[in-house]
Design a protein around this ligand. Structure first.
Ligand code: CO8
Length: 376
């Protein structure tokens, strides 16, 4: 069995960002318009009036101050309230693949080996932009990679599931190096007309190269991270759900309904996922002979500041510092599968050989994944 290492990572950040104040201003303008348009029905009690959103609430409840997006103007136009992303002809690279390729190129650059040495590509993300051909195959083609590629979706946990799949391919000899990409246009499936959730998500893409330990440098700058252990868990729940899909056109009454975008029971998610994930981390650490309180750093899925802090506290047995429990939610918001990888990518350069940390994701499904890594 071949050991696997995380050899390099990459990050693509969109050049447009929306602050809470801008988002709230757009929502509130939409709410005023909606209430005026529905004045009679609201007075008759058949339609509920919309209440304004608040930037203070958003920051306090979620820790989010801003989010990067692929299109700002459409989201902030009270008459549109969604990103305006024109369809591209089939001959042009798709937008999701373009984001993934940008992140992948950075990872390949940092890896320092040609893309042709990659044997498999996984596109692991919450929503693919089309049914087929697989996004991963388009990314593979754009980068001139041979071998095979496929898409996988485990919502916010897609990246840890992708890393485990890549490590298993290495272990079994199916590939010597695997590229895993996480392009997320969360703004395309977020309901910007819903006060309870309009602030949660942002857009981004991340990339991770996993390769066989026997061909990776053991020391020096290019030395990556030994994957000490990976564990996955799923448990069905309707508390985070998006019913958008290819059967929508068969049920015309469903088209445009709220459940065709992201919906959640946020409080229930919080209550159920925090204990599930904390326990999973502690048990997995014990099985690997790792003392969780001695971990140098946690790179958790970036869900919500309170949720992340509570999981950090349960795992480390103390109030973690921002250095121990990396938070990038403030500028990126929740970026689904990419969140823990952004955190890892941006905050790992100070690790000395032998120091250990945890990449962990959790989200819809429910789904959760743990990847313990040690600097080589
Ligand atoms: N402005 C002002 N007030 C508000 C707003 C707002 N925008 N929104 C809600 N309120 C009010 C409510 O009306 C409520 O008022 P009242 O008490 O009078 O009824 C009060 O604030 C409290 O509301 P909540 O109970 O909803 O607020 P919470 O404190 O629970 O915070 C959160 C809401 C932040 C959503 C919180 O519940 C949370 O984060 N939970 C964790 C869930 C989570 O992280 N889910 C994400 C997982 S996502 C995933 O797996 C990926 C899915 C695929 C990606 C999808 C991309 C789109």
């Amino acid at each position: 069995m071949h050991q696997a290492v995380i050899a390099a990572t990459g990050l693509y950040t969109p050049d447009q960002s929306i602050s809470n104040a801008e988002l709230v201003e757009a929502f509130n303008a939409y709410a005023v318009r909606f209430n005026a348009d529905n004045g009679a029905a609201i007075a008759a009690g058949t339609v509920e009036a919309l209440t304004p959103s608040s930037a203070e609430f958003i920051e306090k409840a979620s820790g989010i101050r801003a989010r990067f997006v692929m299109n700002k103007s459409g989201i902030l136009d009270p008459a549109v309230m969604r990103p305006s992303i024109p369809e591209r002809p089939n001959e042009e690279i798709s937008i999701l693949a373009e984001m993934a390729v940008a992140a992948a190129r950075q990872a390949i650059d940092r890896w320092g080996k040609p893309a042709s040495e990659i044997g498999a590509v996984l596109c692991a993300a919450s929503n693919m932009q089309r049914a087929y051909p697989a996004m991963a195959i388009e990314v593979q083609q754009a980068l001139g990679i041979e071998g095979f590629a496929f898409d996988m979706n485990v919502a916010c946990s897609s990246a840890t599931f992708g890393i485990k799949t890549a490590a298993d391919f290495i272990a079994s000899g199916s590939a010597k190096a695997v590229l895993m990409v996480n392009p997320e246009i969360c703004s395309g499936h977020l309901n910007f007309r819903d006060r309870d959730s309009h602030f949660i998500f942002g857009d981004v893409a991340t990339a991770v190269i996993v390769e066989a330990a026997d061909q990776a440098p053991k020391t020096g700058e290019g030395a990556g991270w030994d994957i000490l252990g990976t564990r996955l868990k799923t448990q069905f729940s309707n508390n985070i759900r998006n019913n958008f899909g290819f059967l929508n056109h068969c049920a015309p009454e469903g088209v445009g309904a709220k459940d065709k975008l992201f919906v959640q029971e946020g409080r229930k998610v919080f209550r159920e996922v925090v204990p599930m994930v904390s326990e999973m981390i502690v048990t997995h650490a014990a099985d690997l002979g790792i003392d969780p309180t001695g971990l140098k750093r946690l790179w958790l899925h970036q869900a919500n500041i309170n949720m992340n802090e509570m999981i950090g506290r349960r795992v480390l047995g103390r109030d973690p510092t921002r250095d121990e429990n990396v938070i990038i939610l403030d500028t990126y918001a929740n970026t689904s599968s990419a969140g823990s990888i952004i955190a890892f990518h941006r905050a790992n350069s100070d690790f000395a050989a032998g120091e250990t940390g945890l990449i962990c994701s959790f989200g819809a499904g429910y789904s959760a994944g743990t990847v313990f890594v040690r600097k080589r």
